[in-house]
Ligand binder design. Structure first.
Ligand SMILES: Nc1nc2c(c(=O)[nH]1)N[C@H]1C(S)=C(S)[C@@H](COP(=O)(O)OP(=O)(O)OC[C@H]3O[C@@H](n4cnc5c(=O)[nH]c(N)nc54)[C@H](O)[C@@H]3O)O[C@H]1N2
Ligand SMILES: Nc1nc2c(c(=O)[nH]1)N[C@H]1C(S)=C(S)[C@@H](COP(=O)(O)OP(=O)(O)OC[C@H]3O[C@@H](n4cnc5c(=O)[nH]c(N)nc54)[C@H](O)[C@@H]3O)O[C@H]1N2
Ligand code: SF4
Ligand SMILES: [Mo]
Length: 733
């Protein structure tokens, strides 16, 4: 470890000087917001120039940044950022730029396809929409007849404008079994923060003077506006402390980086809380006014000293003590940043609770530079009368975890029950914009689950691994070719975003609403009746109470509130927790048999001869979705296995060598990347390679798939997966 830490310190000194060079002086939160937007001045405003310029929203990841598509001769020529789009501070990332290759990708889905060979064999027959939808409707009706309507599951991901039409289809068809992305991603985060604050607030990164980030790599795992705002150092007042077993791009921008022992973040957080409480650095009046449970927290936190945490985290006790003091001194403009993906370990909800409690004791709630409850611009809801069915059972995964979301379920708990066929059989899958073969840990199990399905239909834009194992594949028009409903994005500076077609849909691809409407017609009159509207009518209804929204969207591609953030709106009011206060101690958790205050649990150490596999984002890819994009593929044609230099030497492995990686549930072969940028006990690979589908011609046969290796451990409070508890062996291939 020491070699790594020595390098870390020299790097820090170098970076210390480079961040100061960026700094300029500003005062107050308003100036900072305006400054954040000022970048947009550099980008040309849209104008007609021998073609048309169309405002739309990026669809390459969850952020939905503002785009101006430059259309010339009926083709999209270039995608530019929308300078007015406040959420992304007038910027587009590499993937946003590369979006142009999605629409003109020779590999894209062009026509409805019906499986002609065995599942996964890759033999397809082109079909008309009528034939394909007739088949899908017939199979869904058969499954409803044979196994009840709950025999169909509906899988989809979050963050799409049009997903609610898909969820409407599930509800109107009569199945409770929607299984969505949060339990692969952020459900433990939502649970831990909501249990404390009654909501999952947003860190006011722009206005924070002291940020601690652990398990959130914002310079590569892009979340707008945080990824941009974290870089805006302000007169030397800004400090970023970063904890990650890897030296990421965020580490390179941070003031301090600690290669924390994976799974020990909670020890670090509890120790910071210990110092703040024992040295009286907490926000006394705030705690009195806004919280419950401080009296229980004081004795609870006592054993968690910096010296104790040092042995758990491998971060020196004096650094922990110093950081705690600095953090409390910067309060309330200080944030322990909660990140997004919290599918790390099986105690992630309690770890996030610890984060929330630490933030609360310094009183950074609902204040500039602290944690701010989100606001959202109101759009009118789309109401429909779902048909009533008498025989619908409870969700299949009901009762599997403490707090199961009725809408999202728990992916791996659900899959286990499908495989067990209990409490009832689920025999049909309808999948929209989710690549479950690649995104749910333990790929072999997912494939096994799919094998025992009577019918699988996937709606996608590409021949994903999930589409590859389906019976019918339906091509949706890409985000650049369709009109989507308006989407109100919550945040400190909320916006309404929209997507309009930049060009006509190519080939026979169709927008989601068209697909849902035409499928609904095959599922009975009552289901069809709920889809009796056009997308234009839908949008006009959404803005019926505030037509200005649509005017703004047409004129500048975004609507946002002119009023800059107002803080403190929740002061003196009831919060949405059981007690109406910030719950440091959760009586609700106690009632459910959970620890009412977060208790540290130690994770299994890495066995000798093995490594802990950790996952995380690359700035140029989105999940398992964009590696086959020609522009992005040029930058990284395959993934590699990161292994520390010392570990590689010890194992006699060298850079560039082909290695086999093996876990209890699967294996893969890929090139080794020997680097100092990772702890000696961990290995890491970028997600999205090692695909099974031959319909992804650039990447098929390249690299390895992390989902094939990761074991399906579950976090039992939120039902999230625990992706960092898999140990692997690495050997020459
Ligand atoms: N470019 C890009 N941006 C994206 C996405 C994308 O696919 N591509 N996806 C979006 C989505 S859906 C999400 S959820 C977010 C995810 O964004 P983040 O929440 O930032 O999550 P990751 O990048 O998956 O993981 C963060 C870091 O945690 C580190 N890590 C692993 N184990 C530990 C540990 O025990 N302790 C600590 N402190 N660190 C650890 C990993 O090395 C990794 O660098 O990104 C979003 N933004
Ligand atoms: N091994 C491993 N597993 C992970 C993660 C990891 O880092 N490693 N990350 C986890 C996280 S944080 C998340 S959020 C999930 C995300 O995992 P998923 O919820 O599966 O989402 P994506 O992987 O983004 O898959 C999106 C699918 O939608 C398709 N698609 C893209 N645009 C469109 C469109 O406009 N219409 C339609 N119909 N389809 C479209 C893509 O081709 C792709 O097949 O994965 C989780 N699983
Ligand atoms: S962060 Fe990048 S990929 Fe995501 S929406 Fe914004 S521009 Fe598109
Ligand atoms: Mo995610």
């Amino acid at each position: 470890m020491s070699g790594l830490i020595n390098k870390k310190l020299s790097r820090r000194r170098f970076l210390g000087t480079s961040t100061c060079a960026l700094a300029t002086a500003t005062v107050g939160s308003q100036a900072r917001v305006l400054k954040a937007l000022a970048v947009s001045g550099e980008v040309a405003a849209p104008k007609l120039n021998g073609g048309k310029d169309v405002f739309t929203a990026c669809g390459m990841c969850v952020n939905k940044c503002g785009v101006i598509a430059r259309v010339r001769d009926g083709r999209i020529h270039k995608l530019d950022p929308n300078p007015e789009y406040i959420k992304s501070r007038g910027m587009l990332c590499a993937r946003g730029n590369a979006g142009i290759k999605v629409i003109y990708d020779p590999d894209r889905l062009k026509y409805p396809l019906i499986r002609a060979g065995k599942r996964g064999e890759g033999k397809w027959r082109r079909a008309s929409w009528d034939e394909a939808l007739d088949l899908v409707g017939k199979k869904m009706n058969e499954i409803a007849e044979k196994y009840t309507r709950a025999g169909m599951m509906f899988a989809s991901t979050e963050g799409t404008f049009q997903e609610h039409f898909f969820l409407q289809l599930a509800e109107c068809f009569g199945s409770p079994n929607t299984v969505r992305h949060p339990t692969l991603c952020l459900s433990s985060n939502i649970q831990g923060f909501s249990a404390t604050f009654g909501t999952n607030p947003t860190p006011d990164v722009l206005n924070a003077d002291y940020i601690i980030m652990s398990g959130a790599n914002r310079s590569e795992a892009l979340i707008t506006p945080d990824s941009i705002d974290q870089l805006k150092g302000d007169g030397g007042r800004r400090k970023l402390v970063y904890l990650d077993p890897r030296f990421t791009k965020t580490a390179s921008k941070a003031d301090e980086w600690f290669p924390i022992k994976p799974g020990s973040d909670m020890a670090f957080i509890l120790a910071l809380t210990n110092v703040i409480v024992s040295e009286g650095l907490y926000a006394k009046e705030f705690i009195e006014e806004m919280t419950v449970g401080f009296d229980q927290l004081v004795p609870h936190i006592k054993p968690y000293t910096p010296e104790w945490a040092a042995t758990e985290t491998e971060i020196p006790a004096e650094d922990i003590r110093r950081i705690a003091r600095e953090f409390a001194n910067a309060a309330p403009r200080a944030v322990y940043y909660q990140g997004r993906r919290s599918s790390f370990f099986d105690n992630d909800t309690q770890m996030r609770r610890a984060m929330a409690i630490l933030n609360a004791v310094i009183g950074n709630w609902d204040t500039a530079g602290g944690l701010v409850p989100n606001t959202k611009i109101k759009l009118q809801k789309h109401d429909y009368l779902a048909p009533w069915y008498d025989d619908v059972p409870e969700r299949l995964d009901s009762g599997s975890v403490t707090f199961l979301s009725e809408k999202d379920g728990s992916w791996t708990a659900f899959r286990d029950r499908v495989l067990a066929g209990k409490p009832y059989p689920v025999k049909g899958m309808m999948i929209y914009k989710q690549n479950v073969v690649m995104s749910v840990p333990n790929r072999a199990k997912t494939l096994k689950m799919m094998e025992q399905m009577d019918f699988i239909c996937t709606i996608d834009i590409a021949m994903s691994d999930t589409a590859w194992y389906s019976d019918v594949v339906l091509p949706e028009a890409t985000y650049l070719e369709r009109q989507d409903p308006l989407e109100s994005l919550a945040g400190i500076l909320p916006v309404v975003a929209f997507r309009q077609p930049c060009v006509e849909p190519l080939f026979e691809s169709k927008p989601n609403l068209w697909i849902m409407q035409n499928l609904a017609r095959r599922l009975g009159d009552e289901v069809a009746a709920t889809f009796d509207f056009t997308i234009d009518e839908h949008i006009h209804h959404q803005v019926s109470k505030n037509p200005k929204i649509l005017k703004d969207l047409k004129n500048k591609g975004v609507h946002y509130m002119k009023v800059l953030p107002t803080y403190g709106l929740t002061r003196g009011k009831r919060l949405r927790t059981k007690t109406g206060k910030i719950e440091l101690y959760s009586a609700n958790y106690a009632r459910k048999g959970l620890d009412p205050l977060p208790v540290y649990t130690r994770h299994e150490d890495v066995p000798a001869g093995k490594f802990r596999l950790i996952v995380g984002r690359s700035a140029i890819f989105t999940h398992g979705t964009t590696a086959n994009n020609a522009y992005l593929h040029d930058i990284m044609p395959e993934n590699t296995l990161w292994l520390n230099t010392l570990s590689a030497q010890k194992a006699g492995l060298s850079d560039g060598q082909l290695v086999k990686v093996k876990s209890r549930v699967g294996e893969g072969t890929l090139k080794l990347e020997v680097t100092d940028k990772i702890r000696p006990d961990c290995v890491y690979m970028v997600h999205g390679f090692g695909v099974l589908s031959k319909g992804q011609s650039l990447i098929h046969g390249r690299g390895a798939c992390d989902a094939a290796l990761i074991e399906d451990k579950i976090e039992p409070i939120s039902g999230n997966v625990a992706m960092h508890q898999t140990f692997v062996e690495v050997s020459p291939a």
